[in-house]
Design a protein around this ligand. Structure first.
Ligand SMILES: Cc1ncc(COP(=O)(O)O)c(C=O)c1O
Ligand SMILES: [Zn+2]
Length: 396
C-alpha cells in the first residue's frame, strides 16, 4: 500500500499536507488530488497480483486496488467490483452496473473512502449537501464509522433517499431549493457546529474512491481501454476520478502510454445542463443554471464546483457533452428494462439514451467498444418512476 506523498491542487499545483484533514487549496480554492509514492506499485507484477484476487472474494470490492489507495483500514460495506454487463443487443456495449453497490449507487465508493479518512483523522461530525444518493451513502458509511452525519438535500429528492438517511440514523434537513442551496447552508453553519464538510470536491477522498471505477472498467476489459466511457454528470466526481485512474495506470506501467484513452462523454439532463452549455459555447467554466428541473435528480447540479476539470478532461479525451430531455431518458429507461432486464436509474438511462444519440449523429459507430455507467439502481427511484408510469402511489 502506498504512502500519500501530498495533496495537490488541481488548479495551481500547490502541495498540501496530507497528515491533517484538508478541504480545498488554501491559495486558489481548487479541488485537491491525492498524490502517492507509487514506487512499490510500479510494473505489471502488482497489477497481475490484483487480477489473481479470486472473483469469489467480492467482499474486497474496490479495496482490491489497495496498492493505489491510502494505507488506512477501510470503512467498508462491500462497495465496488460491480458487474460489467454486455448488452444483449450489441456486443460492443458494456454496462457498468453500479446499482449493485451498498446503498444502491456508485456514491458508495467515494463515501467509503471519505469516511475511512474522516475516521482516520479523528473527525466526529460530518456534513454533506447532496442531490440525494450521496446523502444516503454518507449516512450509511458514517453509521459504520461511528461518526455523526448531517445531511442536507432538496425537499423533493426521491423517497428512498429520505428513508435511508433516517434509517441510518443521520440528521436530515430537507431544503426548499437545490444542492447549491444545501451547500450554502453547510458552509454557513459548519464552523459553529464543528462539522467537517464532505461536499463534492471540497475534500480530496471522494475522487479517490470513485477513481476505482476507472481501474475496474479497465481490468474488467482485460486491462485495455474502451473507445468511450459514458458518465452521467452532476458534480462530475466519477469522471474526474476515472481520468485520474487512467493517468495513474499509465504512470504505474500497468497500461501502455501509447494506448488511446477513452473518449469521455459527459451526459446531462436538458433541464439542468450547465456543462453542456459551457461545452457548446467553448467556455472553460460553467454558469449557474437557473430553474434546474429533471427527474434525474442526481444530475440537478446547477453549478458544478469542478466544472473546469470536467470540461478540460472531456476536451483532452476528444469526447463530448450531451444533454437529453426527461422524455428521452425515460424512453431509454423503459427500453433497457424491457429489452435487457436492467432497471436503470434515470441518470443511467441518460447514459444509454446518449449512446444511441451519438450513434445517430455519427460521433460513434456501432462497433466502437463503449462502457455506459448505470450509476444507480432504478429501485431507488420507485416513487419517481411510478409517477412516470402512471401508477398511483399509496403510502400507508
Ligand atoms: C445516480 C446518480 N448518478 C449520477 C450522479 C452524478 O454524480 P457526480 O456528482 O459524480 O457527477 C449522481 C449524483 O447525485 C447520482 O446520484
Ligand atoms: Zn490552488
Amino acid at each position: 500500500m502506498p504512502q500519500i506523498a501530498y495533496l495537490e491542487c488541481s488548479r495551481c499545483q500547490a502541495q498540501l499536507d496530507p497528515t491533517i484533514p484538508q478541504t480545498v487549496c488554501n491559495l486558489c480554492a481548487g479541488a485537491l488530488y491525492v498524490r502517492y509514492d507509487f514506487s512499490a506499485a510500479k510494473g505489471t507484477a502488482v497489477r497481475d497480483s490484483i487480477s489473481q484476487i479470486p472473483q469469489a472474494q467480492p467482499s474486497r470490492g474496490m479495496w482490491r486496488y489497495q496498492p493505489v489507495l491510502p494505507e488506512i483500514a477501510p470503512v467498508s460495506l462491500g462497495e465496488g467490483w460491480t458487474p460489467m454487463l454486455q448488452s444483449r443487443r450489441n456486443p460492443s456495449v458494456f454496462l457498468k452496473e453500479e446499482g449493485a453497490n451498498p446503498t444502491g449507487t456508485f456514491k458508495a465508493r467515494g463515501l467509503s473512502l471519505a469516511l475511512t479518512m474522516a475516521r482516520h483523522y479523528g473527525i466526529k461530525k460530518i456534513a454533506v449537501p447532496s442531490a440525494g444518493n450521496a446523502g444516503g451513502a454518507a449516512a450509511a458509511y458514517a453509521a459504520a464509522a461511528g461518526i455523526e452525519a448531517h445531511i442536507f438535500m432538496p425537499k423533493d429528492v426521491p423517497l428512498a433517499n429520505q428513508v435511508e438517511c433516517l434509517a441510518y440514523g443521520a440528521h436530515m434537513t430537507l431544503v426548499d431549493g437545490l444542492i447549491s442551496d444545501c451547500a450554502r447552508i453547510v458552509a454557513e453553519r459548519k464552523q459553529q457546529e464543528g462539522w467537517f464538510d464532505l461536499s463534492t470536491l471540497k475534500e480530496p477522498f471522494r475522487i479517490e474512491g470513485k477513481k476505482t471505477m476507472g481501474y475496474e472498467l479497465v481490468e474488467q476489459l482485460g486491462w485495455t481501454y474502451p473507445d468511450a466511457v459514458f458518465y452521467p454528470t452532476g458534480g462530475g466526481v466519477g469522471l474526474i476520478g476515472m481520468w485520474k485512474a487512467f493517468e495513474e495506470l499509465e504512470q504505474l506501467g500497468w497500461l501502455s502510454k501509447s494506448g488511446k484513452r477513452p473518449k469521455m462523454i459527459a451526459i446531462q439532463a436538458a433541464g439542468c445542463a450547465p456543462i453542456a452549455r459551457a461545452w457548446d459555447n467553448h467556455e472553460p467554466i460553467s454558469q449557474m443554471w437557473q430553474n434546474a428541473a429533471t427527474f434525474a435528480s442526481g444530475l440537478r447540479v446547477p453549478k458544478p464546483y469542478g466544472d473546469y476539470l470536467i470540461l478540460n478532461i472531456v476536451r483532452q479525451s476528444e469526447g463530448t457533452v450531451v444533454a437529453l430531455t426527461d422524455e428521452q431518458i425515460f424512453a431509454s429507461l423503459r427500453d433497457w428494462a424491457s429489452n435487457e432486464g436492467i432497471f436503470l436509474s434515470p441518470e443511467g438511462a441518460a447514459a444509454t439514451a446518449a449512446y444511441y444519440h451519438l450513434l445517430g449523429t455519427g460521433f460513434l459507430s456501432p462497433s466502437d467498444k463503449v462502457v455506459l455507467f448505470n450509476t444507480g439502481s432504478g429501485n431507488k427511484y420507485t416513487d419517481v418512476i411510478a409517477q412516470s408510469l402512471g401508477i398511483q402511489v399509496n403510502i400507508r
